[in-house]
Design a protein around this ligand. Structure first.
Ligand SMILES: NC(=O)c1ccc[n+]([C@@H]2O[C@H](COP(=O)([O-])OP(=O)(O)OC[C@H]3O[C@@H](n4cnc5c(N)ncnc54)[C@H](OP(=O)(O)O)[C@@H]3O)[C@@H](O)[C@H]2O)c1
Length: 240
């Protein structure tokens, strides 16, 4: 894995535990804390089958790669790299992780209109999945080109039953913060999905739950995207 800084990252301990549990003795998952994405090329040895990429290199790594999957190319962000000889192929396994976890959670009850809070890297993967699923969405952001948090009326909240937090608001240790949406307009037909997984129940989810909404955190997505990366490196799935 490459990123900076990498002090609190989940993947190294996840893969160490996976290798132990599954008796995989010929694999190792290492974290390389590099400040500059270009340092990545100097790290690659014949032993590497792939890399995960995290903040802040998900976009900066793209020009260093040989090719991209359709998803990574459309989203403009890579979180998984497959090393194949001299080729470096970029993928985005967040798309798979988010879609699978969303569908397993809400299934056929999934709302048909969504608000996506935040417009960063994870938001782009979420937007891609919304388009795949035919769910109409609006992005809510601090940036002027999108719907503003202060513009969220009862009518908008009422007509968008799926609300997805892709901002880091509420993430440990800032557990007392949450996206500034009008929680008082939420009801039991709303579905709140938070990409944040630590704490397990963010303030965003607590306030949704108090209003009777269905709630889901980003833990399953995290596991699913890690397993997808593993299958990409092992090339165990035909569609890659
Ligand atoms: N569960 C998983 O598997 C998974 C996968 C990927 C990411 N995540 C989580 O998703 C979160 C976002 O990750 P990312 O890679 O997309 O980060 P990012 O590229 O930095 O984007 C985060 C976005 O959140 C908004 N934001 C940031 N600070 C804010 C604030 N103080 N108030 C309101 N909005 C704020 C910004 O959007 P605007 O400028 O549009 O307001 C920003 O673009 C992180 O907590 C990350 O851990 C989880």
């Amino acid at each position: 894995m490459i990123g900076y800084p990498l002090s609190h990252t989940f993947s190294p301990s996840y893969f160490a535990e996976k290798f132990k549990q599954e008796g995989i003795e010929d694999a190792e998952y290492q974290a390389y804390s590099i400040q500059d994405a270009e340092m990545f090329l100097g790290l690659i040895t014949a032993d590497h089958v792939g890399f995960n990429v995290t903040i802040p290199h998900k976009e900066a790594v793209i020009p260093l790669l040989t090719s991209l999957s359709d998803e990574a190319s459309q989203i403009g962000a890579v979180n998984t790299i497959l090393v194949q000889g001299d080729e470096l192929i970029g993928y985005n396994s967040d798309v798979y992780g988010f879609r699978q976890s969303l569908e397993r959670w809400a299934g056929s009850a999934l709302a048909d209109r969504a608000l996506i809070l935040g417009s960063g890297g994870a938001s782009k993967a979420v937007q891609y999945v919304m388009s795949q699923l035919g769910i109409a969405y609006q992005i809510v952001s601090r940036k002027a080109d999108y719907l503003q948090y202060s513009e969220l009326t009862p009518a908008i909240i009422d007509s968008h039953r799926l609300i997805i937090n892709t901002t880091p608001l509420g993430m440990s240790p800032q557990v007392d913060s949450c996206p500034p949406i009008p929680y008082e307009y939420l009801g039991s037909s709303h579905q709140l999905y938070d990409l944040v997984y630590n704490p397990e129940k963010t303030l965003f989810l607590q306030r949704g739950e108090a209003a009777g909404a269905m709630i889901k955190n980003g833990h399953d997505m995290l596991i699913l995207q890690a397993e997808k990366s593993w299958s990409i490196w092992n090339q165990t799935e035909g569609e890659y």
